[in-house]
Design a binder for this molecule. Sequence first.
Ligand SMILES: [Zn+2]
Length: 274
Amino acid sequence: MRALPATVLAVCGLIASACGGTGTGGAAAGQAAPATTAGQAPAAAQAKDAPPEAKPLDGKVVVIDPGHNGGNYRAPKEINRKVNVLTQMKACDTTGTSTNDGYSEAAFTWDVSKRLQKILKKRGATVKLTRTSNDGVGPCITERAAIGNKAGADAAISVHADGSAPANRGFHVIMPKKIKGPVDKVVADSSSLGMAVRDAFRKGTGLPYSTYIGRKALDYRSDLGGLNLSTVPKIFVEAGNMRNATEAAKFRDPKFRQKIAVALANGLQHYLQA
Ligand SMILES: [Zn+2]
């Protein structure tokens, strides 16, 4: 007699989303709680006890690093301070680029990152950003990597846009290389993450592969502190060329920035669910 509800409960535990409705779940709940008045309020009790709806990124931790910071230009001494990125010494951070009419990379990466954070949270992920506003300074690239490591991120992404010659077009993804350092153990996973994001970005934004960097929008580097110092799977995305008029116009459009954020979320999700 008791074997049946136990089995039903076990199955429900495995497939939570299939068990929120009426039917056998109601019978099982009724039998599991004999103290309640039989026949009264089983529906309400079940609704209250029903597990929250499962989301695709439940349990996943993502760290988003919005490149640069809106206040960096005010603090050249702090920003130009040299830090050790294992393969060389580099500036703590940089101001980033901008469109010809003054829309800064820092503002762009901040907006896209906030949009991406919102989408990933809705899908169940725990999301942390490496900075809290776009009017501050830094943090250094070493700290940006450390935040991802400390969070134990399942995936980390640094959001950027490039400042290249005006005729150059397209986006690219940057992944770490082996450097006989701690990043070596996440080079393979970072490569998978990079390809998932490359595919989703192309599909979701319609932007072309970079015409001037990498092969099919994939580039591998050993000079970036944000990658060299990462012990979690991590990539950079260069969303396009802010000095190209066509791409600059797109980046200024909030609707297009939302498209970018959705594309990045889809790429991250493909990787995290693989
Ligand atoms: Zn940048």
